[in-house]
Write a protein that binds this ligand. Structure first.
Ligand SMILES: [Zn+2]
Length: 163
């Protein structure tokens, strides 16, 4: 039987840092700023994550993924806790993750603390860098992203909406 006591909150944190975002596999939940901490309480490990978008159906998937990753390493007494304060913002996305998003073809969130109203001229095409882009749909493959089209290279791309 695999004993769980060889794990520390630090090693679990490290393990979970490798989990990719359920929607954008090139970046990890750590890079997104979702993974907050791991603490031990009466022999139970409690993992705190901040949901990116509250309505994201991917959150259930992520919770499952965290539990599976732990189970795979013999860590059984685990609970995932969601925290909404402070609320996650796109400002928490690391610089490296923004670069990865761009290389993946998703325009990273452009500015700090933007409102729900976003204008097309602030979104830069991740492929050619043109700012001549137009919004096609407020919702891309998920509610977290909007669909844009570049009027220079004519490629559609997804924009990670800020909030
Ligand atoms: Zn372009």
């Amino acid at each position: 039987m695999v004993r769980t006591d060889k794990y520390t909150t630090e090693s679990i944190m490290k393990l979970l840092s490798e989990i990719p975002d359920p929607e954008i596999p090139v970046i990890t939940i750590k890079e997104l700023g979702m993974l907050q901490n791991v603490r031990e309480e009466n022999g139970k490990y409690i993992i705190t994550i901040t949901p990116t978008y509250t309505a994201c159906p991917a959150m259930k998937m992520l919770e499952q993924q965290i539990l599976e990753t732990c189970a795979l390493h013999g860590i059984k007494d685990v609970r995932v806790e969601l925290t909404y304060t402070p609320a996650w913002t796109t400002d928490w996305i690391s610089k490296e993750a923004r670069e990865k998003l761009k290389n993946y073809g998703i325009a990273p969130p452009q500015k700090k603390a933007c409102s729900a109203v976003f204008s097309a001229d602030t979104v830069q095409c991740p492929r050619c860098g043109s700012r001549h882009t137009e919004i096609i749909s407020r919702f891309g493959s998920t509610a977290c992203k909007a669909l844009y089209k570049c009027t220079d290279c004519h490629e559609p791309f997804e924009y990670f909406k800020c909030h």
